[in-house]
Design a protein around this ligand. Structure first.
Ligand SMILES: NC(=O)c1ccc[n+]([C@@H]2O[C@H](COP(=O)([O-])OP(=O)(O)OC[C@H]3O[C@@H](n4cnc5c(N)ncnc54)[C@H](OP(=O)(O)O)[C@@H]3O)[C@@H](O)[C@H]2O)c1
Length: 293
């Protein structure tokens, strides 16, 4: 499991009850993760204090994670400035995985070339692109596979059909691109009750009820179903999970361990497939949740 850090650097999520964790809690989360074998963090310059907290934690403890961070700029000059800032906040001289936060940047003149220069010079070890749409990944698979080492895609119980269609993820893997899955709990929406105000607003109530029933039929809750689902997906190399409390992190690590013990029965996978095919586009795109798109 990769620990997502959007939640520790800022107030984040569809159902955030606890707000942004205190600095002390954030350190405890990072420390608990390290002590329980998590070695990879996902962060971004855009995640509030997250990079800074990680940098301070690493400096004081000497525990150095593999860090994937993201640059939001879409010009080569802008990226140079951002990379310097990220390295400063993270207190490190090189980045393990440097993502373009916005897919569109990869089409801008000089941007990928700048990343490639950094990689050749050892400033970044791997180049990644964060995507939202299968068409974006298709573009990478067809045109940028020589430069791109990793992609981050939203992939979960309600959003997988379109990524598997035409063997898209498989083809990406065959081109040597690592697949990181995010939004395993869809920002926490899967943990909402089907009749909550949020579920109703996003027209997600029916899907949540059906997923709960499918999980129950194989003796799981929806959390375990969500984690086991990505854990066993052959195309997924790593999955990300964010948390706001130590309790959530502990639970997520336990769910990951449990996932390794039991494959999901084919009948449940079929049910999940059927449920996800009925779901509307709003539910699976958090960018639309507050009317931004
Ligand atoms: N590349 C991108 O554009 C992009 C976009 C989004 C996220 N990300 C990355 O992905 C990471 C994960 O974010 P996500 O949006 O995908 O969220 P997620 O991992 O699907 O869900 C995390 C949320 O679920 C709830 N939660 C976590 N563990 C729980 C547990 N054991 N029990 C109950 N609730 C629990 C918490 O929300 P509440 O407690 O508030 O309910 C938490 O904030 C982020 O930290 C970030 O690193 C990247």
């Amino acid at each position: 499991m990769v620990l997502g850090t959007a939640q520790i650097g800022q107030e984040y999520g569809i159902h955030n009850l606890s707000g942004k964790p205190s600095e002390e809690t954030a350190y405890q989360i990072l420390d608990y993760a390290w002590c329980h074998g998590v070695r990879t963090l996902d962060t971004a310059g855009a995640y509030g204090d997250a990079e800074n907290l990680i940098g301070k934690y690493q400096e004081t403890t000497g525990h150095f994670f593999h860090i994937g961070t993201k640059l939001i700029a879409d010009t080569a000059d802008g990226m140079v400035k951002e990379l310097e800032k990220s390295c400063g906040r993270l207190r490190c001289s090189r980045i393990w995985l440097c993502y373009l936060h916005r897919f569109g940047a990869c089409k801008e003149k000089g941007v990928l070339q700048e990343l490639e220069r950094w990689k050749a010079g050892g400033k970044v070890q791997n180049i990644g692109i964060s995507v939202y749409e299968p068409e974006e990944l298709e573009y990478i698979v067809q045109n940028l596979y020589d430069s791109v080492d990793a992609v981050q895609v939203p992939f979960h119980l309600l959003d997988h059909v379109r990524w598997l269609k035409g063997g898209l993820l498989q083809r990406a893997k065959e081109k040597g691109i690592q697949i990181f899955a995010r939004s395993v709990y869809l920002q926490g929406l899967f943990l909402q009750s089907a009749d909550s105000e949020t579920a109703r607003r996003l027209l997600a109530g029916e899907a949540l009820s059906e997923l709960g029933r499918a999980a129950g039929e194989c003796g799981m809750d929806i959390r375990q179903l969500a984690v086991s689902f990505v854990f066993w997906q052959p195309e997924i190399d790593e999955f990300l999970l964010g948390c706001e409390t130590l309790g959530q992190l502990a639970q997520n690590l336990a769910l990951e361990k449990e996932a390794g013990r039991q494959r999901l029965p084919d009948g449940v996978l079929q049910q999940v497939w059927d449920i996800s095919k009925k779901v509307n586009d709003i539910v699976i795109d958090p960018r639309t949740w507050d009317g931004r798109r």
